[in-house]
Design a protein around this ligand. Structure first.
Ligand code: EPZ
Length: 430
């Protein structure tokens, strides 16, 4: 069992470089096989979700090579449009292969992403979009989704819910459809804009990304490109919140401050000092945090991926705060873990009522999902005593070198692989 052992109780200080945005990179990797020419993607984060998708793309027959944070991908050698690499089913973003393979080859078969710790995670809006473009879509045996079309035709698509994944998936398929597609009620996250810019750098014709109406003029084919992924706003926000929770002083470097506005606004509200630079933001804790109210919303609202981290902060603030989770139906699973550290949080449906305590105590906890795991790390650094976090594979899905980065900020953290250590120990004593 791999664990992080964290000894908390001291402020985290210093500066940390933010990696490329996982949720932009995943869309781009899927889109990269929509041309037979080579695509080079720079500033790729070295996180498990990205590595799994690269393996899946290679499994289709594309050539994939990677050096540090740069991947070179060429889809010319793709031999199949069935993505059944063992990692595909484990990772929800594999569904992006539906849109890219359908757009390029007119057919795709991808293992259906399961629900996860934060909700059912349906893909009905993705499939609605593909059908509107003229594809036949079916759920086939053993949990695969298949989509096929002799030709895709532009359509006017209205998304009933704001969906990041559906927006990106439909945008990809529509890029090679005949005619014009309009996506109404589109998601506006920075990673949507980044994937649209990437597709345009490959010769697509997409306008309006970042607004709620995206217009796509289908083109005959896409060509190679070299592109750099934007910085990860959620990774940045996570370290910014760690400064606030430990009364520290952290500068996140290589960020786009505009993407962090909702996060920064909340830090100001709870009493932190913020210094903004062109590509960096400095957060200084100013003693006991103040309570506030938060509702997660699609961008530019407060991001749902920062919701668990917000709960850790407010759990230490004076007074009573509320957190309303409006995006996912089950994103408070971490509350039980945080309660083991002394947090006083009551969940009623989609609202968490947080009564601040003056400190957390170290405890043994389990990461229930990616962002909750990161939040528990922040709680561990703020807590008095030692915190052990299990199931850290969730955290490693989306945070590059997270233990090293926290250690570089003065965090006392150790990685333990208990099975390995027990094996090594037993060899020593036998
Ligand atoms: C993306 O997930 C992100 N993942 C999530 O980040 C993020 O929390 C989410 O967007 C919201 O910002 C990736 O980009 C890989 P949605 P996605 O479609 O696309 C419902 C992380 O921590 N919905 O915007 O799956 C859905 O159930 C991850 O990095 C449908 O009903 O999210 C949810 O309630 C966690 N039908 C809401 O819409 C659909 O077809 C928003 O989901 C699709 C979504």
């Amino acid at each position: 069992m791999e664990q992080y052992i964290i000894r908390g109780g001291k402020p985290l200080t210093g500066s940390v470089n933010i990696s490329g945005a996982k949720n932009a990179a995943l869309g781009m990797l899927a889109a990269s096989i929509m041309t037979d020419e080579e695509v080079i993607i720079d500033n790729l984060p070295d996180v498990n979700d990205v590595n799994v998708l690269l393996e899946a793309i290679s499994g289709l027959g594309a050539s994939v090579s990677r050096k540090d944070h740069t991947a070179r991908i060429c889809g010319a050698g793709i031999k199949t449009t069935t993505a059944d690499h063992e990692g595909v089913r484990r990772m929800r973003a594999s569904y992006y292969l539906l849109g890219s393979l359908l757009g390029k080859y007119g057919s795709a078969k991808v293992a259906l992403p399961g629900g996860c710790a934060i909700g059912a995670r349906p893909i009905d809006l993705h499939l609605k979009g593909f059908r509107a473009l003229g594809a036949e879509v079916a759920l086939v045996e053993n949990g695969f989704v298949s989509a096929k079309a002799d030709c895709l035709y532009g359509a006017h698509i209205y998304l009933d819910k704001v969906s990041v994944g559906a927006t990106i998936n439909i945008m990809m398929a529509a890029s090679l459809a005949k005619g014009k597609t309009i996506i109404e009620n589109a998601a506006k996250e920075p990673h949507i804009v980044d994937v649209a810019n990437f597709l345009n750098s490959m010769g697509a014709h997409i306008r309006g990304a970042g607004t709620d109406v995206i217009r796509i003029e289908g083109v005959e084919k896409l060509h190679g490109s070299e592109y750099m992924v934007i910085p990860d706003q959620i990774e940045a926000g996570t370290y910014m919140f760690a400064a606030a929770a430990t009364n520290g002083d952290i500068t996140v470097r290589n960020v786009i401050p505009k993407h962090l506005e909702a996060t920064t606004a909340k830090l100001l509200e709870v009493g932190c000092e913020i210094h903004e630079f062109d590509d960096a933001v400095r957060v200084v804790g100013m003693g006991r945090l103040r309570h506030t109210q938060v509702t997660t919303l699609p961008y530019p609202g407060f991001p749902t991926d920062m919701q668990p981290q917000m709960a850790v902060l407010l759990g230490l603030a004076e007074g009573v705060s509320t957190i309303t989770e409006s995006i996912f139906e089950n994103r408070f699973k971490y509350v039980d873990e945080l309660a083991r550290m002394g947090a006083d949080i009551k969940v009623e449906g989609s609202i968490a009522i947080v009564s601040g305590v003056d400190h957390y105590m170290g405890a043994e906890v389990c990461a229930p999902d990616l962002r909750a795991g990161a939040a528990l790390m922040i709680a561990g650094f703020a807590a008095e005593g030692v915190t052990t976090i299990d199931d850290i594979h969730y955290i490693q899905r989306g945070y590059e070198q997270v233990a090293d980065k926290f250690a570089s900020l003065g965090g006392d953290i150790e990685f333990m692989d208990t099975e390995h250590d027990i094996r090594t120990l037993s060899k020593k004593v036998s």
